[in-house]
Design a binder for this molecule. Structure first.
Ligand SMILES: NC(=O)c1ccc[n+]([C@@H]2O[C@H](COP(=O)([O-])OP(=O)(O)OC[C@H]3O[C@@H](n4cnc5c(N)ncnc54)[C@H](O)[C@@H]3O)[C@@H](O)[C@H]2O)c1
Length: 416
C-alpha cells in the first residue's frame, strides 16, 4: 500500500489518481478539516478532474488518516507531498518534511521484507533530497538503494488541473536501479512517460520549469510597462509580435504570483551568490501592483478603491502569494479602506457580492481575471461603478484595449 503524506492540492489528487489506477492508497494529513471533507466525499478545494475519483475510490482503494504511525505499519511506499513555503528569512521551510521522513524511516527501516521506498514530491531546494539521505545515514547508518529506496519525483501539473497527472511526463530522479524500479511500480499505472535522471537534476529540472515561466512573465510585464509609458498598447504589441511568427511565443502579461511561481526561483537562488535574473524577475512581477496603483494616482488621487480577485490566479480559491492581497496592502498603506471581492476566497472584510462591491467604486483594480468578472458586461460595470471610475486591469477583462482607463463621459481623458 502507498501512503501519500500531505493531502493538499498536490498530494490528494495524486493519491486519488493512483487509487483509481489500481494502487491501494492511504492518504495522511494532520489537518482534520481535510480529513473530514474527504471522508464526507468532498474535495477541500476545487479540482474537477479529481472530484469524481474521490467518489470512485473512497472506501475501496483509498482511505485517509491523520496517523502517520498507522501508515508506517501498513505501507512500504511513501510519497511526501508536504508544503515547502519560504519562511520569514526567505529560506525554504523543510523542517516538517525532514521530521516526517525521519518518522517514516524510524518506523520502517529493517521492518518489512523489502526496504521502504520514499518518493519526494514536494518542491525542494537543489540538494534537499540528498539532505534527507545524509540524515538517514547519520541517524541510522542506513544506505540508500539497500536499506531504503528514494527518488525525487516532482509535481509539474497546474494547480486545479490534475488531469495533467495522466498526461505530463513524470521526472524521476534516482541514483540506483532499485529506487528507479520502485518509482516505475508507483507511477507506471498512470500511463505517462517516465523520464529518469539523477536526483539533483530532477530537483533542478522542476525548479527550472517554474523559474523559466516566471522570468518570461516578468519580461512580458516589463514589455507592458514600457508600452504603457509610451502610451501604446502592450497587449497589442505582444499580439503582433506573436502573430504567425515561429519564434514568438511571448506570454501574455498580468500579475504572476502563487505558491510555486514566485517561490521556486528563490529556491534556485540558494545555490548561486549572484542570481541576478531570477531576483530581477521577482522584483518586476512583485512590483506590478505598485505600478498600477501609481498609474491610477496619475489620473487622480485614489479615494474609494475596489480590488477584484484575491486568489493568486483566475477561478482558483487559493490566496497564497496573491498579488490581489498585495494590492490591498498597498492601498491600506496609503490610508485607504479598499473593498475586496472574490467569488471563492474570503478574508476578513471581503465580499462575494460583486454588484455590492462595485457599487459606487471610484477605482477598480482587477487582480485576477475570474470568469465572473469577464461575465460582467461593460454596461453593467458602467451602471455600478461611479461615473468616471478609473479601471486598472492588466488582463483587459472588459476588452477595452487599455490597462488603465476611465469609465463614462471622461473616458477619453486619459490613455495610459
Ligand atoms: N500547489 C501546486 O500547484 C504545486 C505544484 C507543484 C508543486 N507543488 C509543491 O508541492 C508541495 C505541496 O504543495 P501543496 O500546494 O499541496 O501544499 P499544501 O499546503 O496545500 O498541502 C500540504 C498538506 O500537508 C499537510 N501536512 C502538513 N504537515 C503534515 C504532517 N506532518 N503530516 C501530514 N500532513 C501534513 C497539510 O495539512 C496540507 O494539507 C510543495 O512543496 C509545493 O511547492 C505545488
Amino acid at each position: 500500500m502507498i501512503a501519500v503524506v500531505g493531502c493538499g492540492r498536490v498530494g490528494l489528487p495524486l493519491a486519488l489518481c493512483l487509487a483509481a489506477r489500481g494502487h491501494r492508497v492511504l492518504g495522511v494529513d494532520t489537518d482534520a478539516r481535510i480529513r473530514d471533507a474527504v471522508r464526507g466525499g468532498r474535495l477541500p478545494f476545487p479540482d474537477r478532474f479529481a472530484a469524481p475519483l474521490l467518489d470512485e475510490t473512497l472506501g475501496r482503494t483509498f482511505d485517509i488518516t491523520g496517523d502517520l504511525g498507522r501508515a508506517a505499519v501498513e505501507c512500504q511506499t511513501f510519497i511526501i507531498a508536504l508544503g515547502t513555503p519560504l519562511d520569514s528569512s526567505l529560506l525554504p521551510e523543510q523542517s516538517a518534511l525532514r521530521e516526517v521522513v525521519a518518522r517514516i524511516l524510524g518506523g520502517t527501516l529493517g521492518q518489512g521484507p523489502t526496504p521502504p521506498f520514499i518518493a519526494v514530491r514536494s518542491t525542494l531546494v537543489p540538494g534537499g533530497t540528498n539532505g534527507l539521505i545524509r540524515m538517514a545515514r547519520r541517524r541510522w547508518d542506513a544506505v540508500p538503494g539497500k536499506d531504503f529506496l528514494i527518488a525525487y519525483c516532482p509535481e509539474r501539473s497546474l494547480e486545479g488541473a490534475s488531469h495533467e497527472l495522466l498526461e505530463l511526463p513524470q521526472i524521476v530522479g534516482a541514483e540506483d536501479e532499485r529506487s528507479r524500479e520502485a518509482a516505475r511500480r508507483v507511477f507506471g499505472p498512470l500511463g505517462v512517460e517516465l523520464v529518469f535522471t539523477g536526483i539533483l537534476e530532477a530537483e533542478l529540472g522542476k525548479l527550472f520549469n517554474n523559474a523559466h515561466r516566471y522570468v518570461n512573465f516578468a519580461l512580458s510585464n516589463e514589455f507592458l510597462m514600457i508600452a504603457m509609458n509610451l502610451g501604446a498598447s502592450g497587449h497589442e504589441a505582444i499580439r503582433v509580435a506573436n502573430e504567425g511568427y515561429p519564434r514568438g511565443g511571448i506570454p501574455s502579461c498580468g500579475y504572476a504570483a502563487g505558491p510555486c511561481l514566485s517561490k521556486d526561483g528563490f529556491f534556485l537562488t540558494q545555490s548561486l551568490p549572484t542570481p541576478e535574473l531570477l531576483l530581477t524577475a521577482w522584483r518586476l512581477n512583485e512590483s506590478l501592483p505598485l505600478y498600477f496603483v501609481e498609474q491610477v494616482e496619475k489620473v487622480r488621487p485614489i479615494s474609494s478603491p475596489v480590488v477584484l480577485g484575491l486568489a493568486f490566479k483566475a477561478d482558483s480559491d487559493d490566496p497564497r502569494n496573491s498579488l490581489g492581497l498585495k494590492l490591498m496592502g498597498l492601498l491600506r498603506m496609503r490610508g485607504l479602506d479598499p473593498v475586496a471581492h472574490d467569488p471563492l476566497v474570503a478574508v476578513p472584510g471581503s465580499t462575494s457580492d460583486l454588484p455590492g462591491a462595485l457599487r459606487g467604486a471610484r477605482e477598480v483594480f482587477v487582480a485576477v481575471p475570474h470568469k465572473e468578472y469577464r461575465a460582467l458586461t461593460w454596461d453593467e460595470l458602467g451602471r455600478l461603478a461611479a461615473p468616471g471610475a478609473v479601471i486598472a486591469d492588466p488582463w483587459l477583462v472588459w476588452g477595452q484595449g487599455r490597462p488603465v482607463f476611465q469609465l463614462g463621459p471622461q473616458e477619453e481623458t486619459r490613455r495610459s
